[in-house]
Design a protein. Structure first.
Length: 277
């Protein structure tokens, strides 16, 4: 009996010891995590506050995030906006210098849209976190622009159609031809990329266009394609395709409402220019 009591006491002591050890270990883990995060925040803050001193920039010059707080985001140029997003620089480069290097590698702001996370990470000073952050910001801006355009979308109005598809198409490095299919109330049934070409052109037949339109029971269609050069002026081939599609549409009973060429924040409408009756 005495042995059993002693054994039970040992068991209770062991249980208490284990619980105490677990609680102590958990406390140490939480404390370590807290200290590490505080140290990281302090380090980042100190780096950002004194970045101008480290990199030799004048002390009285505001950093991008300070300038944004003082004057608003509209007061920042492209490099400063990008610097505010990436937050910190790297050895020998301030955040602004790193942003300028990034823009130079991309060619311009539009070029950033075509850069993947892996491509961004090839730039010295841009790690995985910064690359993902940049890609997410760019995608978010594209979706915001498209959402605003959708609120005004009217498929009988070339300006609203161009505005809706602009952000999706103006950054593309190859020509894409999109077929927009509408019902008899001019409401969207669906849109589809029919052709992806080169930097100077895309190939699609009239037959392919109307096969897709008939399969989706479209009453009318709109064609859109982009010019990677940024200049929306139509080529002779664009005019020829538009004429052929319009004529074929009259035969099969599916009207071509418009053919819109997307440039860089600009567009050309065959309907507005009266190439389509």
């Amino acid at each position: 009996m005495i042995k059993l009591i002693k054994l039970e006491r040992q068991h209770l002591h062991l249980k208490t010891y284990v619980m105490t050890s677990l609680i102590l270990g958990l406390f140490i883990l939480v404390f370590t995590y807290f200290v590490a995060n505080v140290a990281q925040i302090e380090q980042e803050t100190e780096f950002m506050v004194y970045e101008n001193i480290i990199t030799g920039v004048e002390e009285d010059k505001l950093l991008p995030y300070e300038k944004c707080l003082e004057y608003g985001a509209t007061a920042l140029d492209n490099a400063e906006l990008l610097a505010a997003i990436i937050r910190t620089g790297t050895n020998g480069l301030s955040s602004i210098e790193l942003a300028e290097k990034l823009l130079e590698s991309a060619g311009n702001l539009n070029g950033l849209y075509n850069m993947s996370v892996q491509e961004l990470m090839q730039i010295k000073g841009i790690g995985k976190a910064k690359a993902v952050q940049i890609c997410c910001i760019l995608e978010l801006s594209r979706r915001i622009a498209k959402q605003k355009a959708r609120e005004k979308l009217d498929f009988s109005n070339a300006e609203t159609i161009a505005g809706y598809y602009m952000e999706d198409m103006r950054h593309l490095e190859k020509e894409h031809l999109i077929l927009v299919m509408l019902d008899n109330r001019c409401r969207l049934i669906r849109d589809k990329v029919l052709s992806v070409g080169t930097s100077t052109g895309s190939m699609v037949s009239v037959r392919e266009i109307f096969k897709e339109a008939l399969d989706n029971r479209a009453a009318s269609i709109v064609l859109l394609h982009n010019h990677p050069s940024g200049n929306p002026s139509p080529s002779r081939e664009d005019m020829k395709v538009t004429r052929n599609v319009a004529e074929a549409g009259k035969i099969v009973g599916i009207e071509l409402l418009d053919h819109i060429v997307i440039g860089d924040n600009s567009y050309f409408s065959f309907k507005q220019m009266q190439y389509i009756n």
